[in-house]
Design a protein around this ligand. Structure first.
Ligand code: NAD
Length: 695
């Protein structure tokens, strides 16, 4: 409680004073911490300390500013006031970093006279990833300590280890043993040194070359299309090289203030907090326990099975792939090896680490033996209900009692799969996304009978193998694929009414999507959708005609686009003719369609389906849907996801636009969902929806 437990503990080790930030779990620099630091520095001066060590209690130094204080009236003292006190202090202040020093946490350390760190500590300025720039001098002090390398660190937002920071020159020493003890000894030894504060250094910022700077900035921002914060970082860092310190601080402050209030930053923070929330399962009983998994078995070593197995091995979990034939097995293992080897060749994986991972991966055709030894089984064979049921029947017979059986199905009912076993409470969906060794999203699917152990195990193992597990309900396509499936009819209509594939993809990519929907279709293969339509007896005139012309996507070097030998996409004359002919045949008058209309007609059908998903209890919270899209569907985090998009538009506008497009295009599926009608009437939003619901 405030008042009882200080947020900054003040300890004295002879004439070296120690200020310990004590705001668990990550020591954010909330108002009380800032005030405590200021008081501590003053008290140390009064008491005649020789040096001050500034350290974090618990597992971290500090993760930086308290983001929940953003947008609220600021309470003094501000961080810059604390930094002023440090920089004016005649007693050297030494930052001692363990765990993480991120954002404002690192900025605090940069204002100190020197920095020491524990081995492996992580230091960085991740603000760009939350949509703003470091706002307390980080963009001015770091370049003065390490020159142009600061641009890379600040624009990427990626942290580096303390060891790397020593090499770069912004951490003075890595100290072994107990950090507080070692830092006090270091401070005592160095108290008499002549420290030059970062803000007074000029050696690293001398000789600014605008062309070199611009080239570096261009390379670093090339991948952040449409995102504002990297540009803000560039301009702030540029000021460090071109202006006096105080002016540079003003440039940084302007960028910070503008960006932090912007929609992109709100979206990024929405996703940042959402990713922490979405993995929580609100109605999981407190006594639910995940099974102890020290051996994973994956059935099927194809595209998905191989990727899942790699994720396990990449994260230290021994895994065995089971295949039907020796030939298929060797092919599967070879694909994993080739995948890893590519990472080794690119320098992102060491040979030693590769060998460690490879040793954790084994394969067999002996189903009974492997499954009998499994602590968890994930099935990833063909998408066919009969095949899956047959396999689950066999799994149930040979897996030890209590072992969880998961399926990676992307469309089939978990309930029906579970019905092939006598342990439906231990059956759960674990829906990975392709490429499974890369994509972070994992939709865990709760069947009607899936019990707490199955759910807890799928969640824990998912996290352990580097995924972001979001629990969803059982329905056709689950959350992500069900929603993206709904944009298809409007895309068809847009193509007939006036667009070409490249128009739609251009608009969606300008919005920030990793890849437009038509190019994505070409990548996945257009025959997949055609097979689904055939099975369901539905038609999509344009897509069907493209497939009928033998254009199946990248694998045939032509789909909605033509592809050259480097898989570069080229607008297709043939597809244009197919579309024009169809429009004429169907008597659709083509017109110019504005970009705004394209965007709405692609996104709003998904929003509408997202609302139905919430009504039906297929997702717990709207934020879960946004997290799914950002982590599994190439939705840019700085746009916040489909439900965030709807909230920004306002639910009244969403309702009116849906009703308008339903009427104008004759698409009944666009009739506003009941939940949207209700929120529009109440003036509510998805973000403030009472919840979480049930799945
Ligand atoms: P795939 O055809 O690449 O691989 C299937 C593998 O399973 C083949 O290697 C086959 O030999 C093996 N297999 C078949 N029957 C088997 C049996 N009885 N025992 C052991 N192995 C057997 O298919 P995939 O793309 O990896 O898809 C697998 C599953 O993952 C499907 O349910 C699919 O819907 C789902 N999925 C696929 C994707 C994707 O993008 N490809 C994404 C998510 C989920």
């Amino acid at each position: 409680m405030a008042g009882e437990q200080p947020f900054v503990e003040h300890a004295r080790d002879g004439d070296v004073h120690v200020l310990r930030i004590a705001n668990p779990p990550v020591n954010t620099l909330r108002t009380e911490v800032r005030a405590g630091l200021l008081d501590g520095i003053k008290a140390a001066a009064r008491e005649g300390a020789r040096a001050i060590v500034l350290i974090g209690s618990g597992r971290n130094y500090s993760a930086g500013a308290e983001m929940t204080e953003f947008g609220k009236p600021r309470k003094p003292p501000s961080l810059p006031e604390v930094f002023d006190a440090i920089e004016q202090s005649r007693i050297p202040v030494i930052a001692a970093i363990h765990g993480n020093a991120l954002g404002g946490g690192l900025e605090l350390a940069l204002a100190c006279h020197a920095r020491v760190a524990a081995p492996g500590a992580q230091v960085g300025l991740p603000e760009v990833k939350r949509g703003f720039v470091p706002g307390a001098g980080g963009t001015q002090r770091l370049p003065r300590l390490i020159g142009m390398e600061a641009l890379r660190l600040i624009v990427s937002g990626d942290p580096v280890s303390a060891e790397e920071a020593v090499k770069l020159g912004f951490v003075d020493a890595v100290l072994q043993g107990d950090l507080e003890h070692a830092a006090v000894a270091w401070a005592r030894e160095h108290a008499g040194d002549r420290f030059v504060l970062a803000k007074n250094r000029t050696d690293k910022i001398a000789g600014y070359d605008a062309t070199k700077f611009d080239d570096a900035a261009k390379k670093l921002t090339a991948r952040s299309r449409g995102q504002e914060s990297p540009k803000g970082c560039v301009e702030s860092v540029r000021a460090a090289f071109t202006r006096p310190f105080e002016d540079g601080l003003n440039v940084e402050r302007e960028q910070f203030t503008r960006l932090v209030q912007g929609e992109q930053s709100q979206a990024l923070r929405h996703i940042f907090f959402g990713e922490r929330e979405a993995v929580r399962i609100p109605d999981l009983p407190a006594d639910a326990r995940a099974a102890t998994v020290s051996k994973l078995v994956v059935i099927g070593g194809g595209t998905m099975g191989g990727g899942i197995a790699m994720s396990a091995a990449n994260n230290g979990l021994p895994v065995t792939i089971v295949e039907t034939s020796e030939d298929a097995l060797q092919k599967g293992l070879a694909r994993c090896e080739a995948n890893w080897q590519r990472t080794v060749s690119s320098g992102r994986l060491s040979q030693a680490e590769y060998e460690k991972r490879r040793a954790l991966l084994t394969g067999t055709t002996d189903f009974g033996k492997a499954v009998g030894e499994a602590d968890l089984v994930i099935e990833a064979v063909y998408e066919n209900m009969e095949v899956k049921k047959e396999i689950f029947g066999r799994l149930d017979k040979v897996a030890r009692p209590g072992v969880v059986l998961a399926s990676n199905t992307s469309t089939l009912s978990i309930d029906e799969i579970a019905s092939a076993t006598k342990r439906p409470e231990l059956v759960v969906g674990m829906h990975f996304f392709s490429p499974a060794n890369v994509m972070r999203l994992l939709e865990n699917v709760k069947g009607t009978k899936s019990g707490p152990t199955a759910i807890a195990t799928a969640t824990e193992v998912g996290k352990r193998i580097g995924k972001l597990p979001v629990l969803v309900g059982n329905c056709d396509g689950f959350v992500g694929n069900r929603m993206t499936g709904k944009r298809g009819p409007q895309i068809e209509k847009l193509l007939l009414e006036g667009c070409l594939p490249q128009d739609i993809d251009r608009v969606m990519e300008a919005y920030g999507m990793a890849m437009g929907p038509l190019a994505t279709g070409d990548l996945a293969g257009l025959d997949i959708g055609a097979a689904v339509r055939k099975a369901r007896g539905t038609v999509a005139p344009v897509a069907d005609a493209v497939v009928a012309a033998g254009r199946l996507g990248q694998k045939t070097s032509k789909g909605y686009y033509d592809y050259d030998e480097n898989r570069k996409r080229i607008p297709s004359k043939e597809v244009e003719q197919i579309i024009l002919d169809l429009a004429e045949k169907m008597q659709v008058r083509r017109r110019k369609i504005e970009d705004g209309e394209i965007l709405e007609r692609v996104l709003l059908p998904m929003v509408n389906e997202g609302a139905r998903i919430l009504e039906e209890g297929i997702a717990y919270r709207a934020i879960d849907i946004d997290v799914i899209f950002v982590n599994g569907f190439g939705w840019p985090a700085f746009r916040g996801g489909p439900m965030f998009f709807a909230d920004r538009l306002g639910l009244k506008a969403v309702r009116d636009k849906l009703a308008h497009y339903a009427e104008a295009t004759g698409d009944r599926n666009l009739q506003p969902a009941a939940l949207i009608e209700q929120l529009a009437k109440e003036g509510g939003s998805f973000a403030t929806l009472k919840g979480p619901g049930k799945v």
